[in-house]
Design a protein around this ligand. Structure first.
Ligand code: F6R
Length: 242
């Protein structure tokens, strides 16, 4: 595991460098996309490079990590819409080449299995961008998630629903109760994991991720088993590293 400690702005540039290098050499790469605030500056940097130096996503494929269950197709907080708005719609990336779990499927269990198949059929994910929750979650794999888990339906914890209420007019009742999420086993199959974390509130999770024992209590610790991990953190998020 490589841990890089730099000012927050530089982290986005470093993550964008990893993605750009991969795309220039392999335009048909498969990228794993995260929502949330952590990758936003990476997306902005990649959009800039697309506009200014022609970095192309036209032949790439993308897979998002997770999705709320039941949000209507036009809901602004549906992760498919969020990723389109923040990233994909600003690039030459055909929308149909970026996929997410179908939180509106009638048969959600079948939708999870079909998402796993889609990732496999695409040849697996080359670079997976990740954020981390202050409780150590990655995607919607909350503490207690099996380290071998696959894409599945999960209930959101009250804490996550409270945290995410800020995107739903501050009203927790509008936050969905369930989500579909790639499992820790699914995420671990990506060939390169790139995790970004900034701010003091992530410091304990980063400490556990890098130095803690591997445990479902801190789901991100599963990354210690992975042969190619880059952890990009600012000073505050690194402040509890020994
Ligand atoms: C988003 C996701 C979440 C976030 C995590 C950190 O698709 O899967 O695990 O990465 O909650 O969120 P931010 O980046 O907003 O601090």
């Amino acid at each position: 595991m490589e841990v890089v400690i730099r000012p927050a702005d530089e982290l986005a540039v470093l993550a964008a460098d990893v993605i750009e290098a991969r795309l220039r050499e392999h335009p048909e790469s498969v990228l794993g996309l995260a929502t949330g605030s952590s990758p936003l500056k990476v997306y902005q940097e990649l959009i800039r490079r697309h506009r200014e130096s022609g970095l192309s996503f036209a032949r790439a494929r993308g897979f998002t990590l997770d999705e709320y269950v039941g949000l209507p197709t036009d809901h602004p907080e549906r992760y498919r819409n969020v990723i389109a708005e923040e990233f994909v719609d600003h690039l030459d990336w055909p929308a149909e080449q970026v996929r997410g779990p179908d939180g509106l499927a009638e048969d959600l269990i079948a939708a999870c299995a079909s998402y796993e198949r889609e990732i496999k059929d695409a040849g697996g994910v080359d670079i997976q961008l990740l954020g981390i929750g202050s409780d150590g979650h990655i995607a919607f794999n909350e503490p207690g998630s099996s380290l071998a888990s696959r894409t599945r339906i999960k209930s959101l914890t009250q804490q996550t629903r409270r945290d995410n209420a800020r995107f739903f007019d501050g009203d927790i009742d509008q936050v969905p109760v369930h989500c579909l999420t790639q499992g820790l086993g699914t995420i671990s199959e990506a060939r390169h994991l790139v995790l970004l974390a900034a701010g003091e509130e992530k410091a304990e999770a980063v400490h556990q991720l890098v130095e803690g024992p591997v445990s479902a209590r801190w789901p991100a610790t599963v990354m210690q088993f992975h042969p190619h991990v880059t952890v990009l953190v600012d000073e505050a998020a690194a402040s509890r590293l020994e």
